[in-house]
Each structure stands twice: as C-alpha cells, then as structure tokens.
Design a protein around this ligand. Structure first.
Ligand SMILES: [Zn+2]
Length: 132
C-alpha cells in the first residue's frame, strides 16, 4: 500500500492545545490495532497512524469530523461494493466532482467543508444509481 504523507499534527486545529503521540488506550480504554495515536491534550480530537510508522492516517479529527467521515463512508462504500464500479473508479468520480486530484481524495484528509460537499454529492440520485 502506498502511504501518502499527511503532516504530523503538533497543535490542535480545533482548540490550539498541544498534540501528543501516545497509546490509543487513552481513547479506547485499552490498546487497539497498532496501538498508537496522535491525541489532543485539550479536546477529544485524535488520529491513528499507519501501522509500523508514525505517519498519521489523516488529519486530526474531532467528534464532528469523525461523524461526517462516517456518513461519507456509509454513502460512498456501497457504490464500490456493488457491481457497477471498482473502488478506484468510485474515488475518481468523486474526486472529479469535488474538483480535487484523485490522490488527495481520502475522507481522512478532508476538512469539514470538503466532507459536507462530498456528502451533498453522495446523496445525489446519480450516485445512488451507482450503488444498485
Ligand atoms: Zn484540541
């Protein structure tokens, strides 16, 4: 798998507190997956890392961003899990509609504006048709 780089967060983009690299037991109560996370010391924002690296999976996400991201996946994933398009094609279509390069089309990288824009696109009937 290609690992795209997302900058290591030093300061929280939501509350400006320091961000620490720590065990994800701080979030889940016990270590889960690869066990590492970047976590804000001031609010509930965090992001996991690619296993075996300290490279963040995406941008630091607070609760609101995580919910929007989940909503995107619930609308997006059924398209490529169906028969009409492959995963790569689905990302290409979405990237085109969002007006961004396909290699930047990762929900984990999106900010709130882009997630909302994606949700609007994914709710259109055209996208709905890809799923069936
Ligand atoms: Zn914060």
């Amino acid at each position: 798998m290609r690992i795209d780089s997302c900058p290591i967060p030093a300061t929280c983009s939501y509350c400006s507190s320091d961000v620490i690299y720590t065990s994800n037991a701080a979030i889940y109560g016990k270590e889960y997956g690869n066990g590492r996370v970047y976590k804000c010391t001031g609010c509930d924002a965090y992001v996991g890392v690619h296993t075996g690296t300290d490279i963040p999976l995406g941008r630091l996400a607070n609760r609101e961003l995580r919910q929007l991201k989940k909503r995107c996946h619930s609308l997006f994933d059924p398209a490529w899990k169906g028969k009409k398009v492959k995963r790569r094609q689905a990302y290409s279509i979405l990237a085109f509609k969002l007006g961004i390069p396909v290699h930047e089309c990762h929900f984990g990288w999106f900010d709130m504006d882009l997630l909302i824009k994606a949700i609007n696109i994914l709710q259109q009937s055209e996208w709905h048709n890809l799923r069936s």
